[in-house]
Design a protein around this ligand. Structure first.
Ligand code: S3P
Length: 180
């Protein structure tokens, strides 16, 4: 029997490498890559900072939830999730009901460095970026740890990270079952 093409959801803090690793994993698996942030920007016709500014964070979280609940195919996808997607109540069970969830992890120092260049993250925008990042990281760490298998992305070559993610995915995809 052919292995089912169970979706793979990559979660984790901003700057842990979800988009890059997702792109490589999707290519290796022959799956479609869906980046939730990009999909929301495309369907809303506005960048994320504008959605936050005009409608607020709860509206953005509702768009994320709608995308996960009914906005994408049920199989054959690698879905790179925004850093806060898995945080609201009910999102983790929803993801787990749709596929394999793998969390990418990195130290605060790595994240600070990786997120330093771009200004497209409204939760980290403005003054005291480091303080904001530290607070968000502390508030979310326990949630990320509960999501599933964690793959470290600090000081490791990309191909090694991708190979690790693929190994975990193949193993967990074999065991994954849709909710009864
Ligand atoms: C967010 C992370 C961003 C994006 C939005 C909110 C968060 O995605 O979804 O700015 O709450 O951590 P990345 O993790 O891709 O930066």
């Amino acid at each position: 029997m052919e292995a089912p093409r169970v979706n793979l959801y990559l979660v984790g803090f901003a700057g842990t490498g979800k988009s890059t690793v997702g792109r490589h994993a999707a290519r290796a698996l022959g799956y479609t890559l869906l980046d939730v942030d990009h999909e929301i920007e495309r369907t809303q016709g506005r960048p994320i900072p504008q959605i936050f500014a005009e409608q607020g964070e709860p509206a953005f979280r509702a768009l994320e939830r709608a995308f996960i609940a009914q906005g994408h195919p049920a199989e054959g996808c690698v879905v790179s999730c925004g850093g806060g997607l898995v945080v609201p109540e009910g999102m983790l069970p929803l993801l787990k009901a749709r596929g394999v969830v793998i969390c990418l992890h990195a130290s605060l120092a790595t994240i600070l460095e990786r997120t330093g260049r771009a200004n497209n993250r409204p939760l980290l925008a403005g003054e005291n970026r480091e303080e904001k990042l530290r607070a968000l990281y502390a508030a979310r760490e326990a949630i990320y740890r509960r999501t599933g298998t964690m793959v470290l992305t600090d000081s490791r070559p990309l191909r090694e990270i991708v190979a690790h993610v693929l190994r975990v995915y193949r193993q967990e995809a074999r065991e994954w079952r849709p909710p009864a």
